[in-house]
Design a protein around this ligand. Sequence first.
Ligand code: ZN
Length: 514
Amino acid sequence: MGKGGSNIGPPTELLPPMSKVQVRVPTPLRAFTGGAPVTEAEGATVGEVLRGLVRTHRTLEKHLYGPGGELRNFITVYLNDEDVRHLRREETPVRPGDVLSIVPAIAGGAPAEAARTAGRPAPLVRVAAGEEELGPPLTQDQLRRYSRHLLLPEVGVTGQRRLRGSKVLLVGAGGLGSPAALYLAAAGVGEIGLVDFDKVEASNLQRQVMYGTKDIGRPKLEAARDRLTDLNPDVTVRTYDHHLSSDNALDILRPYDVILDGTDNFPTRYLVNDASVILGKPNVYGSIYRFEGQASVFDARRGPCYRCLYPEPPPPGLVPSCAEGGVLGVLPGLVGTIQATEAVKLLLGIGEPLIGRLLLFDALSMRFRELKLRKNPDCVVCGTHPTQHGLIDYPAFCGIGPEVDNANRVPEISPEALAARLAAEDPPLLVDVRNPSEWEIVHIPGATLIPLADLPQRVTELARAREVVLYCHLGGRSAQGTKLLLELGFTHVSSLTGGIEAWAQKVDPSMAHY
Ligand code: ZN
């Protein structure tokens, strides 16, 4: 509430009192608050508390606030598990003991056709109703295979036939897609579509349980088809060996009843969301980061979409990918299984879907939390007056792509050139900006470890006059670090092209890869 509305009494009496509240800091931002998951801050309103927080933790400011001082769009703020963003979030008063949660996006069209046609609620998915739509009766083999489902009145013979007539598309056949595809195939979902273009790598097997050691080097789709049809020969597996893009997404998604988002990058996540909104399909969302997971069901016809939650992605590099940040192997097993559960419920039309609810899971504390999600009336794809009526250029929207890459270009040094400089007189100071756990696996001799998150605080350790070379695993984080040092006035600073991985390939083949 503003201070208007009443002119009675001095304005100070209308100001809400200051309160001390707890602020839950998400993992990606803890590097800027001294590592604590929960901290305290004081203020009368949500906005004041957050301002107080960034006054204490200066480096946090640019992650929470945009250049114009506005709270960034990829940050959602909850007051005691209520989304306050769409309710004048900054002005919402706080009381002593309140808990403020900052929940950022993690990797990381027109109104639905169906909803536009009528005011009546559309069915969640196209549910087969008539006898002829359910297909032939279950065979003897199917009765045996699905007997534990048939015993459940919520499923029964009709439900099982319904599953057999259903189609689910999994975008991504990795950590989330693996358990989801296995359970959906086991459950007897008639058709499973898989979009992926990767090959199975040894480092996938820690969590991507659809694949085995013998599959290393094979295309994931080929290995997945073998595994799923072995698990259940009733299932038709359709494979799409492409990058999902704005050109093909609508055609690929259209035949399916439910979309399951198991992607690991923001451009595809926004693309899957927008295409699902345009086609009026439920989008079963899951994402993972280190020990934490999120899950929800986005269905713009009866609840919010991913864009309502996060109108914009975080800037590239703020939230590290699993390849950079690591992930507990069991975590995608849990989140992917939650997604499969939601998909099966939607197909059967049973239970209470996760629509309008964001499930947060923390494996370390073994805690589930649930946050209410609201539809954002100003959402550009599913709001009251949508401004985006089709698919857009998602890499550009997420701040990646050729133009952005050019703008972010920093001085680089090749592995060979660095090797020569290190062997010469007056070698550069070599700084490893990875995490200590990566340093422990392998590092370049003579380097100093300063994790990227600590760089702002430890910048004084780098003598400005000297040449500095930063490196990381693949070159992304060292480029960010180089940019930061350039902004701070360093002149002789560069980033090792391709990171320690390129160094191992070009300079020291005896080095471990990870
Ligand atoms: Zn929306």
